[in-house]
Ligand binder design. Structure first.
Ligand code: NAD
Length: 487
């Protein structure tokens, strides 16, 4: 059944959202087709890679404030070429089938580009999470999970959700608990969802993973002499000014790591305004201000600008849209002055805007690579859950013992003694967070090399997004070609 039509200005808003989501889905398919046109694959195989395998649209009742609220929700599994399917769950009023399908498709391409052996999935509930109490959100989340269980759209080897816009570790813990209650005796039940709190089977480093991964991606780009020469910039972060849109999970961590890495974050944009300071913004102080006041605006360490989105057009070297999709569109693309755009959000640039940006010589680093850190670390969490042991638990002490023996041997051979602090620094074994961050760093570096190898060496490929799609489509195609299709 279709949702009841909205009236008046609500209807206009709903139509605009639906149009934007349709545009987002079309953009993803446009990028796919653009890359596919450079490849030598059969039309049928490309069709199978492109289409969404299954979508479950549901409406369910939840008791809210003494009445019944009918909630609309979706879960899409774009591809089953690898299982489980994997992708976040979004709580927002903008959620609809086009949006969920576009995001699920992106997940397929994203997993392939960073060698995470999952198909793409995505879920969404059409609610404004701010309009509900914690108890009401828990009821909605648990009921949604039950719907997914009934239709076999969740499970450690079937489909594994994660957080996205409007959801976080709290919701993931409710999902895990609900799933466990139904899957009695299922030893891997906790692996049914990732992004859980660490005490409930989560992995250290997951919360910061997407922003950290974005930092590694941009660091690879600014340390790439060939690219810097092409963009007429010096190698390294020094002197590079960044503007970040969205100061949520991805935006905050991206801004923090970029600043720590040596870049100067000169602007941060939120839905209710932006703050700018050409000398650089103290990210931790801004975060503390936001936590206290509920908004980044009015921060003493920068100037507040009411029309936040106008700051997207300010002069800078690196622009990081990390809020929502379709933020850079044909209406503002020609005014963007950044030299590099690193997509922290999913789909922040519409396809018609991208053509304008590329013509201007702006280097666009695509979402499917740049924000893949979240799914990479989700994969590590899933591995931890199915192996039932914390990373580093078996070998940390052994590694430390070996390192200490090595240091002591060198000391006795050279007759020189290290200080206790120096010894500790060398001897320290890797704990879970070290291993997770190291695995993430390695993935982002090796994927950059694979994508840029296509970008530099395939004459038909003119931009990084097309290169990333070519890399991804090729891996998925190989998977279908080598496995065949059942039956
Ligand atoms: P979040 O809810 O933590 O943060 C989003 C932030 O954007 C919020 O602070 C919100 O106030 C702000 N915002 C909303 N509308 C805005 C506007 N018009 N202008 C400026 N700011 C606005 O969400 P998140 O997890 O950081 O996700 C952000 C984007 O990154 C989404 O597109 C999501 O799909 C994508 N993403 C997230 C992850 C992850 O691990 N969290 C991984 C990959 C991709």
């Amino acid at each position: 059944m279709s949702p009841a039509p909205a009236k008046g200005s609500k209807a206009k808003k709903a139509a605009a959202v639906s149009h934007a989501n349709n545009e987002f889905l079309e953009s993803v398919n446009y990028y796919f087709d653009k890359a596919a046109a450079t490849m030598n694959l059969s039309a049928g195989l490309l069709d199978q890679i492109r289409v969404c395998n299954s979508v479950y649209y549901m409406q369910f009742p939840v008791r809210i404030k003494g009445d019944i609220k009918v909630v609309q929700a979706w879960r899409a599994e774009h591809s089953h070429h690898k299982l489980p399917a994997k992708g976040g769950i979004r709580y927002a009023l903008s959620v609809d089938q086009d949006e969920v399908q576009a995001l699920a498709a992106l997940m397929t391409y994203k997993c392939a580009v960073v060698d995470v052996p999952f198909g793409g999935g995505k879920g969404g509930i059409r609610i404004d999470p701010k309009a509900y109490t914690v108890e009401e959100l828990e009821r909605i989340t648990r009921r949604y999970t039950v719907e997914l269980i009934h239709k076999n759209f969740i499970g450690p080897s079937v489909d594994v959700p994660a957080p996205d816009y409007g959801t976080g570790p709290r919701e993931m813990a409710w999902i895990a608990d609900t799933y466990q209650a139904f899957a009695t005796g299922e030893i891997n039940a906790l692996a049914c969802v990732t992004g859980k709190p660490v005490g409930q089977g989560g992995v250290r480093g997951r919360t910061a993973a997407t922003g950290r991964g974005l930092f590694f991606a941009v660091r690879e780009a600014v340390n790439d002499p060939k690219l810097m020469k092409k963009l007429k910039m010096d190698v390294g972060f020094a002197g590079k000014r960044c503007i970040v849109q969205g100061f949520g999970n991805v935006g905050y961590h991206a801004a923090k790591f970029l600043a720590e890495g040596g870049a100067t974050v000169i602007g941060v944009i939120e839905w209710d305004g932006a703050v700018v300071n050409p000398k650089g913004i103290d990210i931790e102080a801004l975060n503390a201000h936001r936590n206290k006041k509920g908004s980044i605006t009015g921060f003493a360490g920068a100037k507040t600008i009411k029309d936040g989105n106008s700051v997207l057009e300010h002069d800078c070297e690196i622009l990081v849209p990390a809020a929502l999709e379709s933020q850079i569109h044909k209406g503002n693309a020609s005014k963007i002055k950044a030299k590099i755009i690193a997509e922290g959000a999913n789909g922040p640039i519409t396809s018609d805007a991208e053509e304008i940006l590329l013509k201007k010589g702006i280097f666009v680093m695509p979402d499917m690579y740049v924000n893949a850190g979240g799914v990479v670390v989700s994969y590590f969490e899933w591995l931890k859950n199915i192996s039932h042991v914390r990373f580093g638990r078996m070998d940390k002490r052994f590694e430390e013992g070996s390192n200490i023996r090595l240091v002591e041997t060198i000391e006795s051979l050279t007759g020189k003694k290290l200080t206790g602090a120096e010894k500790n620094l060398i001897a320290r074994g890797a704990d879970e967070e070290d291993l997770v961050n190291s695995g993430l760093e390695d993935t982002m570096i090796s994927s950059y090399k694979t994508i840029m190898d296509i970008y530099y060496n395939n004459p038909k490929v003119k931009d990084m997004r097309t290169a990333a799609f070519v890399s991804s489509i090729d891996k998925i195609a190989q998977s279908y070609l080598s496995l065949g299709i059942f039956p």
